[in-house]
Design a protein around this ligand. Structure first.
Ligand code: ADP
Ligand code: AMP
Length: 217
């Protein structure tokens, strides 16, 4: 399956993507995680991306699309993938369509995670991610690690993302509404959007997502 996850920052895309990717046996591709891996390896791409990310803005399309394309062309993504955080505006969605078309492929669904703004703000405020891999995500109150400050998955140190500060979150929500939300209409026109409520326990949201994807087949 080829799936795009969409939803405001903090809706739980990364959390759900990890679980859905495992169940559906497809790789979880998060452009945010790819940028953060570049930042920790101190690559040129990482240095460029960090300035945009810290301000809560989108990284320019050209580098983002090239990075996403490169990842989607890896052998493990041949049979499908779950995109998390990409596309994030209409021109990225168009670039993805072009890429899929040249490979004679199609998206199966766009899963839209809906969550109220006050809830996503609380989720982001308590989010902690692992230094080794930012796909290992916890919340100080809602999904705490077994040992404070330590990743359950790999023992890495947990930290608060620089862009999870209150001020940057406000900007990221604004960017979501103005630049990312329009892709929902773009994909609605293709009949691909399935919307679910992303509130309630993590496992319950996963169950809802799998059910919605099954119904959509
Ligand atoms: P996104 O990738 O959409 O930005 P994350 O998956 O990183 O969102 O989740 C944001 C925060 O909310 C994390 O701290 C995560 O542990 C927490 N979280 C995710 N899903 C839920 C849920 N259903 N209930 C409570 N907290 C959640
Ligand atoms: P995320 O981990 O999805 O919350 O993304 C964190 C930040 O990485 C975003 O606020 C952007 O600055 C950047 N980013 C991630 N994905 C994209 C994308 N598809 N296009 C542009 N910027 C992105």
């Amino acid at each position: 399956m080829r799936i795009v996850l969409v939803g405001p920052p903090g809706a739980g895309k990364g959390t759900q993507a990890t679980r859905l990717a495992e169940t559906l046996h497809i790789p979880h591709i998060s452009t945010g995680d790819l940028f953060r891996a570049n930042i920790s390896r101190q690559t040129e791409l990482g240095k460029l991306a960090k300035s945009y990310m810290d301000a809560g803005n989108l990284v320019p399309d050209e580098v983002t699309i090239a990075m996403a394309k490169d990842r989607m062309e890896q052998p493990d993504a041949e049979g499908g993938f779950l995109l998390d955080g990409f596309p994030r505006n209409v021109s990225q969605a168009e670039a993805l369509d072009e890429l899929l078309e040249t490979e004679d492929m199609k998206l199966d669904a766009v899963l839209d995670l809906e969550a109220p703004e006050d809830e996503v703000v609380k989720r982001i405020a308590g989010r902690r991610v692992c230094r080794n891999d930012s796909a290992h995500v916890f919340h100080v109150a809602y999904t705490p690690p077994k040992k404070e400050g330590v990743c359950d998955v790999c023992g890495g140190e947990l930290y608060q993302r620089d862009d999870d500060s209150e001020e940057t979150v406000r900007r990221r929500l604004e960017v979501y509404h103005t630049q990312t939300e329009p892709i929902i209409d773009y994909y609605k026109a293709q009949g691909l959007v399935v919307t679910i409520a992303a509130t309630g326990p993590v496992a319950e949201v996963t169950r809802r997502a799998l059910e919605a994807l099954k119904r959509d087949q």
